[in-house]
Ligand binder design. Structure first.
Ligand code: PFF
Length: 457
């Protein structure tokens, strides 16, 4: 390409990894993962989740890193430079749309974390029974002004960071916040596993009951893997377009994947012993973390300090993810429509605000308005995590597997042969064949097609 955008790059190697970890680690690990495990039968789900992370997550992540750094473009622009004049750019549009839709419900949950910071500070999270915590959450989330107010506040926060480019500050802050989040998770895990009946929770999480596996459990696990790793939608394409020439792509992918999975498992160890100890239903759904954790804080000396710090860290983890989602959409609008970054950001925030308000209202006045039996909030979650992200991941693999010369792929992934990639052939095989076929089969299985075909014989 003759004209070069002068694209920013991340400041340092540790900055690259932190920003990418910040994008991956978020509500997906601490809010969504435990509730998915709880609603999908426990350990069997965890097992399939880990298989999906290794077989699909890692190869797709490496492939996205390849596309991003090779093209140095946003999620949609990347396909336009790599395959001009073809329909492959649809992958990018799918991703941009997914980012936008995810933000629509993610900001609502992020808003909930702000409410819980306030409640922790004003003492409302103390001295209650498990049943009262549940009731409180339900009253709050089915309200109108407070949840919407917090959703707007969170979108505003994301917007300010996106337009003022204080990403640097965020990078630096995450250097302290991420390790802190890790430490507080470990402390809460210890408290949780020493509660009475904790072993029931650990058995639920780690002792698989294979009869619980069904096509919907497999689809949910795959969706969770994509959601948690932020893959299949070009977010990592956008981030890796800012990577430096000497960033080791496969090492970074491995580090991000391991850290992300570790945080999710720690969240599980923090939640499930407490769920069983306090007699909460593991199938409670999106409210699970919010009704379980206050019980754990009750059991700690200076519970309000623990809960405040925890929810502040959770809000920050959510913020580093909403920034990445917003960035995907903003970078796309800015670069492809040639309007200023600021205007692009306003455009995105306005749309997200609309979706966020509708999602929040779907717990109250819009409860009866369902799409395929799901309230608006759940419909956005289902559509993105279980359909758009895996579909995007499948197409990304097919694109690179069929359209990109192996030599170019290898050169980019080994930084022009300067770093070794011992498992390159294995990776290429998984990316080209295993991942697309496995994702395709999981879709067909969920649609019931495989069963029908088997019955034919
Ligand atoms: N991975 C984030 C989380 O687990 O919270 C959510 C997310 C961020 C999904 C960015 C997709 C994405 F592009």
């Amino acid at each position: 390409m003759s004209h070069h955008h002068n694209r920013a790059t991340f400041g340092s190697k540790i900055g690259v990894i932190l920003a990418t970890v910040g994008c991956a680690v978020g509500l997906g690990n601490i809010w969504r993962f435990p509730y998915m495990v709880g609603s999908n039968g426990g350990a069997a789900f965890l097992l399939i989740y880990i298989i999906c992370i290794i077989l699909l997550g890692l190869p797709v992540m490496i492939t996205e890193f390849f596309i991003g750094r090779h093209s140095r473009k946003n999620a949609a622009g990347a396909f336009k430079v790599m395959a001009p004049g073809t329909k492959w750019s649809l992958i990018g549009y799918n991703g941009v749309l997914a980012a936008f839709l995810i933000l629509g419900f993610y900001s609502v949950v992020a808003g909930w974390t702000l409410e819980y910071i306030m409640q922790a500070l004003d003492g409302s999270l103390t001295g209650k029974t498990a049943a009262e915590f549940k009731l409180d959450f339900e009253q709050f989330s089915s309200g109108i002004v407070r949840p919407i107010g917090w959703t707007i506040a969170f979108i505003a926060l994301t917007h300010i960071i996106i337009i003022s480019g204080v990403k640097e500050g965020i990078e630096r802050a995450s250097k302290i916040m991420m390790p802190m989040l890790f430490l507080i998770l470990i402390a809460l895990c210890i408290r949780s596993v020493t509660l009475p009946n904790a072993e029931k929770g650990l058995a639920f999480l780690f002792n698989p009951d294979f009869s619980k596996i069904s096509s919907s459990v497999v689809l949910s696990a795959m969706g969770q893997a994509f959601f948690s790793l932020s893959i299949g939608m070009g977010c990592l394409i956008t981030y890796s377009s800012y990577f430096k020439k000497d960033t080791k792509l496969q090492t970074t992918a491995l580090q991000v994947t391991v850290l992300d999975t570790l945080v999710a498992i720690l969240a599980g160890v923090m939640i499930f012993p407490a769920v069983f100890s306090f007699g909460i239903a593991p199938t409670a759904g999106p409210e699970l973390v919010f009704i379980t954790l206050p019980n754990v804080f009750e059991q700690l000396p200076f519970g309000w300090i623990w809960s405040t710090v925890f929810f502040v860290l959770l809000a920050l983890a959510a913020l580093t993810s909403t920034i990445s989602l917003h960035e995907v959409a903003t970078a796309y609008v800015h670069e492809e429509y040639h309007i200023s970054r600021k205007k692009a950001a306003w455009f995105v925030s306005g749309g997200v605000l609309t979706l966020g308000i509708l999602s929040s209202l779907s717990f109250s006045v819009l409860k009866e308005f369902t799409i395929g039996g799901l309230i608006f909030f759940d419909a956005l979650d289902y559509l993105t995590a279980k359909i758009m992200l895996p579909l995007g991941g499948m197409l990304i693999c097919i694109f690179v597997g069929t359209r990109v010369d192996r030599k170019i792929l290898k050169a980019e992934l080994t930084n022009e042969g300067t770093v070794p990639f011992h498992f390159f052939n294995t990776y290429a095989f998984f990316m080209k064949y295993i991942a697309p076929v496995a994702i395709g089969l999981i879709f067909l299985n969920e649609l019931g097609l495989i069963n029908r075909i088997i019955k034919l014989f």
